[in-house]
Design a protein around this ligand. Sequence first.
Ligand SMILES: [Mg+2]
Length: 422
Amino acid sequence: MGSKQQRVIFLADCQSFYASVEKAAHPEYKDKPLVVAGDPARRSGIILAACPIAKDYGVTTAERLGESLSKCPELIIVKPRMQMYIDVSLRITEIYESFTDLVEPFSIDEQFLDVTNSVGMFGSPTEMAKQIQTQIKLATGVFSRVGISSTKMLAKMACDNFAKKNAEGIYMMPKETISEDLWKQPIEKMFGVGSRMKKHFFQLGIHSIGDLAQTPLPRLRSLLKAKFGKNADIHADLLWQTANGIDDSRVTPSTHRVAPKSIGHMMTLPRDYVTGEEIDTILLELTEEICRDARRKRYMGSTVTVGCMCSPFDAPTGFSRQMTMPDPTNNTDTVYKAARSLFYRFWDGMPVRRAGVTISGLVKDEEYQLTMFDNQERQRALEKATDYIKDRFGSAAIIRASSAGIAGQAQHRSLKIGGHYK
Ligand SMILES: [Mg+2]
């Protein structure tokens, strides 16, 4: 799927996001240790964000306020202002969108950018990342870090493992050389691997990301199957692909924009189509195209409409008919079956000049956030495997891997509710 062109993907992350926004709003706290805490009035309140100075005192995100205060009694404690953070996050999105129109929020403070088509205008990827950093700093006071690679997953791991740890806050990690940096990282540094998963990998003799990448896939499948049961081989595939930098998922913009009413495509055929075989082919092509579009935009439709126009043009015949399906879907097979049965019910047998397929009654594709695989069955199976491992070993082990496709809905939800208020 897709072209073979090497993409240039950024994952840009905001350092200590809530705390940085508060510091920009309160210049008087500039050189003070500051935290944003869920309930500043209570020592049991949870730290949502700590500025780098507070972190130097050993204060960490998610610990209790009382604990932080014992490490740093002069801590400035601010209560969260989620709407403001959302506004700043959207402002940052606008800045990214001035560099490329392919911007996808991943969380309130992390966004993916596909800059393949625009990087040439800004010099090298690193130069471009520097310009982005400067603009964000000027506009919001926030320091951003940028991981650069050719896939979303590698860009994310480049950011988390390297860009966050160097002074420039930029790290370029080409897929061709991951054996020299990423593979040397311990296994728990891989996206999707939590502390529980780490323990299991250690028992299997897999200590580094490179160990995982270099385990032959069939062997990894059987190792994980032996440990977690038969559904685990799909999870094995996902982990192995992640370690090897294999990730075709696209940067999908505008998940927070106005929802479309329908997704459809109509095409004029190069000549009249008359045989069932020709018509099946064109219906399948149209269906494939709109379903792929729907999956990319993360919608499922419950109504299928099929239309055609038949020659001659001066006295055209034709029809447009729709039917409702039992469940919303963006599965090509399901939509194709519906489109085909509709078509043959209403077609009068005249030569076809134009044909179109549309799905409408769109709902958000909440259930299928895994863009690693275009195939829904595979996604379903993967979700089952993920749920199974989650149930047995706790969600921490896998929660990030399950959103490995890095979807629009999840991050949009967390954008709306601020992530921490669940
Ligand atoms: Mg951050």
